[in-house]
Structures are given as C-alpha cells and as structure tokens.
Design a protein around this ligand. Structure first.
Ligand code: NAD
Length: 293
C-alpha cells in the first residue's frame, strides 16, 4: 500500500480519495476549501496544512483540480519541490493539452515520473469506483500508475505519451456534445412531425441512429428511465462541464489547425444554453434550447 498525497478534494476528488483509503492506502490531502477538507477527513483522509506538506513523504501525488492554470500553479507552487525524489505524479483533472505537457515537464525536470489521467464517469463513477481513466505518459510511468488508478476505476486506457490522455478526453467529449445536439434536433423534429418520442427511440436505438448518448442520456422523459430527463435534468453531466470540454477542444483545434466545424457549433449552442440559465442542468437539457422553450 502506498503513501498518497491528494490535492483537490471536490466533487470528484473527494470520493476518489475515499476509494483509495478504502483500498488500504494512506492518503494525505489538501484543498483550499475547508468544507472539502472536512468532508474528506470524515472518509479517512488525513488533512495537511498545504499542498507541499501533503506531498512530503508521498510516493504518489494525485491532483484533481478545476483547470490547467490551477494544475501548473500547484506544481510550480511547491508540490513538485515538496515531494520526495522519485515520486509519481498523476493528474486526473480535465485540462488543456499544453498545461498537461507543462506539468509533465515540471515533474520530469525534478526527476519525477508523471501521468495525465483524466476521467469519464462523473461523480457517480467517482463514488462507485467505476471511472474510466484515459492515461498519457511513458510506459514506465503508466505501469506505476495502474494499480493506483485501478482502486478508483474499472478501466485504464493507455492513450500514448504525455498529454495523450487529455487529448483523448477532449476528442471523446466533443463526440458526445455533437451527438447530444444531433439527438435533440431529431427529437424536436419528430415532435413537430407528430412522431411519438418512444417510437423514435425504438427505431433509432435499434437502427443506424443508435449511439451511447441516445441509449444512456436520452434527452426526453420516458424511453430511458435513468436518464436526467426523467429527473428534472439534474446532472449527471452538467452543461457547464460539457461547455468546458468543448472549449478545450475548440482551443486545441485552433492550436493545431484542425477543422472541427460541428464541435465549434455544438460549443456555441451549449454556451448560449449555459448563459440562459442552463449551466447547472444536465447537458441533455439543451434540448429545451433547441426546442426554443
Ligand atoms: P470541484 O470544483 O468540485 O473540485 C475542485 C476542487 O479543487 C475544489 O474543492 C477547490 O477548492 C480545489 N482547488 C482549487 N484550486 C486548488 C489548489 N490550488 N489547491 C488545492 N485545492 C484547490 O470540481 P470537480 O467536479 O471535482 O472536478 C475536478 C476536475 O475533474 C475538473 O477538472 C473537471 O473538469 C473534471 N471532471 C469532473 C467531472 C464531474 O462530473 N464533476 C467529470 C469528469 C471530469
């Protein structure tokens, strides 16, 4: 069992760190929010006075922070310097590829191994320990990270070198965002044509329109009982997070000159929906904006 430092004990980091405690690891955490620290303490995480203090003595340092600037600031602000020689750095936040690579470089510059390992599965998957990790780093770093990630998820996909995990995450979520817009447009068109929701679902879910977003996150109430549409569009996967991921994809596409017209348009639609009050709703609630209601 390993001594693990955990920085960022929020909605995702809190339950993920708790799963490491459950697996028998000694976890020392830090978060700027006292409430997040209190909640983590109640699950068995020891709380340190700073990120650097949490990292002192750690074999593995995990970060679960809001965005790239928080990650780089944490690494530069004492996290890397505070960790013992040879520590493994894992970042599971969703950040831009450039920040992920900068974090790898900062760790490597101090002689440490690093892995970018963003997740899919949301707060439910974080609590249940069923996340999917998309991992980028050297094969040796990925080998070291695997047993730690396995205590928090059901799958670890090795995506390539530094930053490849973040690249995979944003490409996957761009597909998801575009898919939800397409599904929503189809249901709205069906409504105007007098076609029943269930009839469209029964056809599309067993025909060439079939896709994961339709069969898991169907945006209208009825066909998929567990979908957010049946529960007041409580997330689930919040529109604000979808917008974040589509913005990362847009910026990455601009940086490398990739043509992502539908990704950019999906981002615009989610941005307008978020601005008009949808940010905290599940991303499938975007059907309301498409319907014009
Ligand atoms: P959150 O806002 O609940 O948690 C982030 C935590 O980081 C907060 O508690 C905040 O106080 C803390 N923090 C910020 N700066 C810090 C610093 N310098 N030092 C210590 N703590 C600091 O966010 P979340 O929902 O847990 O998401 C975390 C990451 O996971 C994000 O990058 C997000 O995009 C990604 N993610 C979230 C979900 C989801 O469903 N919530 C799903 C997949 C990926």
């Amino acid at each position: 069992m390993a001594a693990i430092a955990w920085i960022g004990l929020g909605n995702m980091g809190g339950p993920m760190a708790a799963n490491l405690v459950r697996a028998g690891h000694a976890v020392t955490g830090f978060d700027l929010s006292p409430a997040a620290c209190d909640a983590a303490r109640a699950t068995g995480v020891a709380i340190a006075a700073s990120a650097a203090a949490a990292a002192a003595g750690a074999e593995v340092v995990v970060t679960m922070l809001p965005a790239g600037r928080h990650l780089v600031e944490a690494y530069e602000g004492g996290l890397v310097a505070g960790a013992p020689a040879g520590a493994l750095f894992i970042d599971s936040s969703t950040v831009d590829v450039a920040s992920a690579r900068q974090a790898h470089d900062l760790a490597a510059g101090a002689g440490m191994m690093a892995v970018d390992a963003p997740v899919s599965g949301g707060v439910g998957g974080a609590s249940a320990g069923t996340l999917t990790f998309m991992a980028g780093g050297t094969p040796a770093a990925l080998d070291r990270a695997r047993p730690i990630l396995a205590a928090m998820g059901k799958r670890v996909v090795a995506c390539g070198g530094p930053g490849a995990g973040q690249a995979a995450k944003m490409c996957n979520n761009m597909i998801l965002g575009i898919a939800m817009i397409g599904i929503s447009e189809a249901f709205v068109l069906a409504e105007k044509l007098g076609l029943d929701h269930q009839a469209l679902f029964d056809v599309a879910s067993t025909s060439s329109g079939q896709c994961w977003a339709l069969t898991n996150h169907c945006p209208v109430p009825g066909p998929v009982p567990a979908s957010a549409a049946n529960h007041g569009y409580r997330p689930g996967f919040a529109t604000a997070l979808m917008l974040k991921d589509l913005t990362l994809a847009r910026d990455a596409a601009a940086a490398v000159g990739a043509e992502t017209a539908l990704g950019a348009q999906a981002r615009e639609i989610f941005a307008r929906f978020a601005e008009s009050g949808g940010a905290a709703l599940d991303y499938s609630a975007v059907i309301g904006a498409i319907r014009g209601g």
